[in-house]
Design a protein around this ligand. Sequence first.
Ligand code: FAD
Length: 440
Amino acid sequence: MAHVVIVGGGLAGCDCAWQLAEAGVSVTLFEMKPEKRSEAHTEDGLAELVCSNSFRATGPAAAIGLLKEEMERLGSLVMEAAFATRVPAGGALAVDRNLFSDYITEKIEGHEAITVVRREIASLDDEALAGADAVVIAAGPLASPDLTESLMAAVGDARLYFYDAIAPIVSRDSVDFDKAFWGSRWKPEDDDYLNCPMSEAEYKAFVAALLEGEKVKPREFEKEVHFEACLPVEAMAERGEMTLAFGPLKPVGFTDPRTGERPFAIVQLRTENADKTAFNLVGFQTKLKYPEQKRIFRMIPGLENAEFLRLGSIHRNTYVNAPEVLDETLQLKNRPGTYLAGQITGVEGYLESAACGLWLGLSLGRRLRGEAVIDPPVETALGALMNHLRTKPDKQFQPSNVNFGLMPGLEGRIKKKFRKEAYGQRAQAAFAAWIEAAGL
Ligand code: FAD
């Protein structure tokens, strides 16, 4: 029986372990918690969600929706757990993070082909990795410093850093329901989101406070490069007074029940758990200092007395220059037998990380059994995401969420409003054909 060692029991590590184990490969999964934790992990379970509890949109008109369908079809444990622990979130898929982690932990620990060892692997030369048929490093964007150093020594100086920022969470009890109201965009009857409406004067005072608020300074060894899809709220405010009002605070589709009018801006709070006792501030990832967050975010109408269950913060994100250091099987070019999976490869996002782990587990399992592997075509969400890791960019390699921009353009002239559907239909057809050809 082939044996694979996986380092990191996060989203990628768990989906990778599951695929390998289901293919009859014996797996040892090393997870450093609870002995040691990154600056963002706080729980003991596997597959911990360190920030939002949302897996974003569903349905084939969004690339992330397609990725979900594809992962589900390929037997993703992460998708199985997500559906089993789902909480209401309009058209999005969100989960109760504790139940989600419990579900995966139980499945992984209960699988007869998987052994979970709770200890840090501090070096690629650790003797626990010797003798395995393959080693998978799935230690995430906050991989322990010693392991990061060992990995970086192995890949040379082809490494990059940037910040991710966490959004704060407030307790439901502390929200003023005389001001905040329920409803999704265009759907006042939905009760998945809470909305805090702002007048023009309140909005402008808020933006001014964001600009003046004291921020955490980047550490010397870290470069300050923000990922466009996860910009800190104050960085967005710096781009212009109206940037937030046209971005995460856009009021389109809402009517304030108190006034019967559209507010000037709106702050959305997303359900954080199944019993709706906690809400996160959508788009409010931030580098503001803790006391400043409390002061400034309490300027939001309805949050004057907010109790912050978690404050926002900034975090390191470690990933390799994948097109330079990985081959098409996700193996380190200069260290055969060692593979990377998850965010550390340069995919970005919970599901993208899980999908990367899933694909590595599935393809590696087949290779270890001497079976042929056909890569998913770039027209599919999974294929497009994996192709991103192989594509040398004109400038600096950047992490990416799955999106239609990673897929080849559509042929022929298609009206703008039908394009997303067209991408979705093409992806579904390509995926179905691939599944058949690949014998999956
Ligand atoms: P992780 O889920 O982080 O798993 C890595 C695991 O490896 C951890 O359990 C860790 O304890 C373990 N580990 C690390 N080093 C070692 C070692 N040396 N030995 C043994 N075990 C080790 N994505 C989103 O889609 N939405 C978000 O809201 C979001 N917020 C984020 C917030 C922060 C602060 C960060 C850093 C990232 C965020 N991401 C978010 C991006 C990313 O999708 C997640 O980090 C995702 O969890 C990555 O999955 P992964 O499996 O690669 O790593």
